[in-house]
Design a protein around this ligand. Structure first.
Ligand code: HEM
Length: 400
């Protein structure tokens, strides 16, 4: 397969992604794309291939190579920030992956997370109490962002006064073309965590960072570099994604007032609604980078060894070979099998938490604001241009 003729990653790709991705699926199982900045990469976009690739060890995380790619995006030679990006579970193959994931797995089981429901409900209520009704406001800024950042920071033990700084840092990292200076953001974030680790060592609490510093003091379990990278991963994975779940979901639910009303009248639909939003317009466009360890054939295309590969989750989840009426948001869809949380070894650790936050957010928004509406036409909403994230920059709504 050679360079695709399709405008993958061109400037207008982000707002036309569903259409572009449909052409990709129809034309070939894999496309070679060259993003404006960065390394050429192979994109897998059909459901069956995507799911198989997520579970195939020949698509490896090879953290040293990942590091080089990520740092080249930040315009930074290898060195200073290497560990921040490479040494966490999402960028590791077994056996490191197994060890790193095990340290946190107990804290994210569905049962543990279910205990957080009252706290999430109270946070959602508190945030919604503050919002004005009857006038336009940005729901991302006022609700979809503060909710998950507060939840993950509480779990991790990040003091309240420091939480607002994460918005700027993660925006700069996810979308450097727009927010600029990912390098400064990474440095500041790393320095912040190093100070926090020292504070937790001196005065441990019941939070995840305190638990991880204990694991790192017992050096066999977690190196200092892995500790930093894991904290960084939790913050980034634990909030930007959930912002998009809430933002994307509210956009589509508000475009269809019957669906908004259905959730209010039949709250039993909420868990399915969350799954369907994840399938229909998921928070992650692509799974994170992988490398082929050998030549791998996908359909009729062979990806050579050592190449960079991305798995297009939003495309796979709209594949009509897998989902009936795939381009419809259908709140009654029974079995989904979407791969918005990935699949296999790296399946999202935080999925129960994300589902909980999504469910409580949609429940309370539809219950309190039966006549809410978008403040601008849906076509005027613009998505961010991150390779990995899929969400709106702002979401102007009127709550009534
Ligand atoms: C991994 C999606 C929320 C923590 C992943 C992956 C996906 C994903 C697709 C796998 C990426 C790959 O294979 O390259 C999502 C979505 C979310 C969400 C759609 C929200 C709706 C969260 C939350 C946390 C979290 C709230 C909280 C801690 C993680 C971690 C991994 C991960 C630690 C790495 C797992 C591993 O490598 O074993 N997530 N995520 N995620 N996610 Fe999430």
């Amino acid at each position: 397969m050679t360079e695709t003729g399709i405008a993958l990653f061109d400037e207008d790709y982000w707002d036309r992604a569903a259409e572009v991705e449909r052409s990709l699926r129809e034309q070939a199982p894999v496309h070679l794309a060259t993003p404006k900045s960065g390394t050429p990469l192979w994109v897998i976009s059909r459901y069956a291939d995507a799911r198989a690739a997520l579970n195939d060890p020949r698509f490896s995380k090879d953290s040293d190579r990942l590091n080089a790619v990520i740092l080249s995006k930040l315009d930074q030679p290898e060195g200073e920030l290497s560990g921040l990006f490479s040494k966490h579970m999402l960028n590791s193959d077994p056996p490191d992956h197994t060890r790193l994931r095990k340290l946190l797995a107990r804290d994210f089981t569905a049962r543990r997370i279910a205990n957080l429901r009252p706290r999430v409900e109270s946070l959602v209520s508190g945030l919604l109490d503050e919002l004005p009704t009857g006038e336009p406001l940005d729901l991302i800024e006022r609700f979809a962002f503060p909710l998950p950042i507060t939840v993950i920071c509480e779990l991790m033990g990040v003091p309240e006064a420091d939480r607002s700084r994460f918005r700027g840092w993660t925006s700069a990292l996810m979308e450097p073309a727009r927010h600029g200076d990912g390098l400064t953001a990474s440095r500041e974030m790393a320095a912040f965590f190093v100070d926090l680790f020292a504070a937790k060592r001196a005065n441990p609490g019941e939070d995840l960072i305190s638990a991880l510093t204990v694991a790192s003091d017992d050096g066999d379990r977690l190196s200092e570099e892995e500790l930093l990278a894991t904290a960084f991963l939790l913050i980034v994975a634990g909030h930007e994604t959930t912002v998009n779940l809430v933002g994307n979901g509210v956009r589509w639910l508000l475009e269809s007032p019957q669906k908004w009303a259905a959730l209010r009248e039949r709250p039993e639909l909420l868990p399915r609604a969350v799954e369907e939003v994840l399938r229909f317009d998921g928070p992650l466009r692509m799974a994170t980078h992988r490398f082929t360890t050998e030549d791998v054939t996908v359909g009729e295309v062979t990806i050579p060894a050592g190449e960079l590969v991305m798995i297009n989750l939003t495309s796979a989840n709209r594949d009509s070979a897998q989902f009936e009426h795939a381009d419809e948001l259908d709140l009654d869809r029974a079995h989904s099998g979407h791969i918005a949380f990935g699949h296999g070894l790296h399946h999202c650790l935080g999925a129960p938490l994300a589902r909980l936050e999504g469910e409580v957010a949609f429940a309370e928004l539809t219950r309190r604001f039966p006549s809410a509406r978008l403040a601008v036409p849906g076509e005027d909403l613009h998505r961010g241009t991150s390779l990995v994230m899929n969400g709106y920059r702002t979401l102007p709504v009127v709550l009534t």
